[in-house]
Design a protein around this ligand. Structure first.
Ligand code: PXL
Length: 244
């Protein structure tokens, strides 16, 4: 029952690897965490990031997979095209099933990476992923299609080179999914909250946890909507409301 997150560190632990590990734990799976970058931030702002060298990211992945038989992996903040390319290679090498949270912009609105990662994601990673979970801004960057409505989201999702969930947090709660060519719309109630930091991280790691537990992709997405909804209700402290 072992899964892996490959992402950045947020020391406030609402987002990034620390948050992913807590979600894995809350949902009853053991998680490993490979670090791609450090950040200095709190839930309101990111003040700086420090990348880990791609060769050292590789060393972490190889030593974990030397010891553990892992299938399901999620990626979060990958920081650079070099690291994105590396993860694409590792998916092939170890036959990984990867959920890609194409982190480019935080829920708080701040850019999390210096370079434009959309091209690298489209070229090296998304074609090898089992699912990607962009918010509307990330989906816009990946496809070049401006998203202001459900119809825009459907147009964009068809251009993304893998199964995809465009999250509805910035689109009136309308989640748009493309799973095996089936377009699914799932509208959720939006909760008022002053802490939405890390909701995207928690969503994608919940999907991986539910997949590991034997659910199919669509079921894993729907169960994860409920998990994140309950987390936000609890001030976005998901582990307090473990629903196993
Ligand atoms: O939620 C996106 C995200 C991912 N990874 C790290 C982050 C954030 C948002 O702040 O800090 C490390």
């Amino acid at each position: 029952m072992i899964v892996m997150s490959i992402a950045g560190i947020d020391p406030s632990a609402g987002a990034g690897v620390y948050a992913d590990l807590k979600t894995f734990q809350a949902l009853g799976v053991y998680g490993c965490g490979v670090v791609t970058a450090l950040t200095a931030q709190n839930p309101n702002k990111v003040v700086s990031t420090k990348a880990i060298e791609p060769a050292y990211v590789q060393e972490q992945i190889d030593i974990i997979l030397d010891a553990y038989d892992i299938t399901y992996v999620k990626t979060g903040m990958l920081y650079s095209p070099e690291i994105i390319k590396l993860i694409g290679k590792k998916i092939d090498e170890y036959n990984l099933k990867c959920v890609v949270d194409p982190v480019m912009i935080a829920t708080s609105g701040g850019n999390l990476t210096k370079s434009d990662l959309a091209n690298a994601l489209n070229k090296y990673l998304l074609p090898k992923a089992i699912l990607t979970t962009p918010n509307i801004f990330e989906a816009q960057k990946l496809t070049g299609i401006e998203i202001k409505s459900k119809e825009d989201a459907i147009k964009a999702i068809k251009k993304i080179p893998c199964d995809c969930l465009v999250t509805g947090g910035h689109l009136d709660g309308i989640n748009t999914l493309n799973i095996d060519g089936e377009i699914i719309i799932e509208k959720q109630e939006l909760l008022k909250s002053d802490n939405l930091h890390g909701t995207g991280c928690n969503l994608s790691s919940a999907i991986v946890a539910y997949l590991q537990k034997g659910n199919d992709l669509k079921t894993s997405c729907f169960k994860s909507f409920d998990y994140v909804y309950e987390s936000i209700k609890n001030g976005n402290y998901g582990t307090l409301i473990a629903k196993i």
